[in-house]
Design a protein around this ligand. Structure first.
Ligand SMILES: NC(=O)c1ccc[n+]([C@@H]2O[C@H](COP(=O)([O-])OP(=O)(O)OC[C@H]3O[C@@H](n4cnc5c(N)ncnc54)[C@H](OP(=O)(O)O)[C@@H]3O)[C@@H](O)[C@H]2O)c1
Length: 305
């Protein structure tokens, strides 16, 4: 028997899971095309933010690889809010477009909430519209934010039935923490959402059979905050200096201290290669789901939960 110090968690391979998911989506897309529906995703990018440009490029490539139509709208940073709203209205009305994603962050002169609110909820593949937030919270079919949907898929793949599990989410953002809580509640977990005002964060984390870290603080959660055998989903993507790789070099780390956590947890997502690849795959899943619903078809269950 290995002692506790030798124990290594199973590494949850999000990259491989996302590749398989994209393969299944491509299958659903070709089945839809055979019925005369060609799912299409429109991505709107305002300005030149370098990270956003990389995301948009990757989304475009993976959308095409899945057999979907990809419509890119790149607008200059000074684009007036009214012009952006007019574009969203045109995309809402365009029958070739089933999913609309406005890449965040938007420039400061644009009211992001107003723009997100203008997207037709049936095409809101980011799942940020209040109608989808409300539908998720009340148990109705919804378009669900991509990153937490990806986390849920990884959890269900590893654990199967999540019913009764003690789940702790660290972080309460609208894009990760809160929708993650709704999804885990839907799966009948006992859910705790921790945040910067939580009194005993280490003790709260130690209760978790499922620990989801979505904080944005590099390696904040050490192994001794983790219950032995727990499943750890690390959403954090943090760039930290890596002088060992050369001057000015960086590396990516999560919100969990991987090395110490991997000696305690039952399974853990790495950074990179864990949750990250799931986000775009779930965007494609949501686009396929939206196209199905818009055309009165039943979306495949393996893309929505
Ligand atoms: N893998 C992906 O595709 C993906 C997608 C989205 C985000 N991310 C990453 O996930 C992380 C979180 O993103 P986000 O957008 O949810 O971040 P966010 O909006 O900044 O929210 C961070 C949350 O963490 C909480 N928090 C901050 N410091 C804390 C502390 N010391 N103790 C406990 N809680 C603390 C905050 O609490 P308060 O509410 O009390 O301030 C807040 O609820 C980031 O690293 C981001 O890059 C990854």
């Amino acid at each position: 028997m290995p002692d506790a110090a030798d124990r290594r968690a199973e590494i949850i391979d999000g990259k491989a899971f996302a590749a398989a998911l994209r393969g299944r989506i491509a299958g659903h897309v070709s089945a839809m095309k055979a019925k005369g529906v060609a799912p299409g995703l429109a991505v709107v990018l305002v300005g030149e933010d370098p990270a956003s440009q990389v995301y948009v490029r990757n989304k475009h490539r993976q959308t095409l690889e899945a057999g979907m139509e990809s419509f890119e709208h790149r607008l200059p940073v000074e684009t007036p809010e009214a012009e952006l709203l007019a574009l969203v209205a045109r995309l809402n009305a365009d029958p070739a477009v089933h999913g609309i994603l406005v890449q965040l962050p938007l420039p400061r002169h644009v009211d992001a909430a107003k723009v997100l609110d203008a997207i037709d909820p049936a095409k809101d593949v980011d799942g940020f519209h209040v109608v989808n937030v409300g539908r998720l919270a009340t148990g109705l079919p919804a378009l669900t934010p991509c990153t937490p949907l990806g986390c849920l898929m990884l959890l269900k793949d590893r654990l199967g039935d999540l019913s009764g599990a003690e789940a702790v989410i660290v972080g309460r953002s609208n894009i990760v923490g809160k929708p993650m809580a709704q999804l885990l509640l839907r799966e009948s977990c006992t859910v705790t959402v921790a945040h910067s005002r939580t009194r005993d964060l280490p003790g709260t984390c130690r209760r978790a059979d499922i620990l989801v870290a979505a904080v944005g603080r590099p390696e904040m959660i050490p192994g001794d905050w983790i219950k032995p055998g727990a499943t750890v989903i690390d959403v954090g993507i943090n760039r930290i200096p890596a002088p060992e790789k050369g001057e000015g070099k960086h590396r990516l780390v999560g919100d969990v201290h991987f090395e110490s956590a991997a000696s305690v947890a039952g399974a853990i997502t790495p950074v990179p290669g864990g949750v990250g690849p799931m986000t775009i795959a779930c965007l494609l899943a949501n686009t396929s789901t939206a196209a199905s619903r818009i055309h009165g078809l039943e979306p495949p269950a393996d893309l929505t939960r």
